[in-house]
Design a protein around this ligand. Sequence first.
Ligand code: PNS
Length: 161
Amino acid sequence: MNTVKAIYPGTFDPLTNGHLDLIARGASIVDQLVVAILRNSEKGIPLFSVPERLEMIQEAVAIYPNVTVTTFDGLLVDFARQVGAKAVLRGIRAISDYEYEFQMAMMNRKLDPDLETLFMMPAEKYTYVSSRLIKGVFRLGGDVSALVPPLVIERLKAKAG
Ligand code: PNS
């Protein structure tokens, strides 16, 4: 049987409803979706540790039987080959995402011509949501409860003490 396994890679610091929306869309079109958290991110010091992010995402995607969560290091193309994934799933929220995503997709294609990048758009109501904004707004006391899963809110509150 020809089944399609795709990877949804990212930093997920933290998981947002935009990510979850994309996971739901991806899981409905591929046979197996692997959410993969990058361990060696160049984005600076994360708010949540990799094990914390793994736990949160696992809890949030438990309702999808064809979604698994893991971590990876190094090149995405190497990880894709290792798990037998044919595609990478990425979300595009706005035109501003396009250039970065296009460069990554083309670089990944150069590194592995057999790996396809699939782009999907999240629901309109999440087009402005990013992990960076969530952390910034929460830190300043803003209400982000409509934009992240309740379990993330709990963890954000616990971090704030
Ligand atoms: O959530 P992010 O930060 O937008 O995700 C970026 C990610 C993890 C998809 C990207 O940084 C990545 O794939 N890193 C692994 C290293 C790699 O393969 N680099 C070459 C592709 S440009």
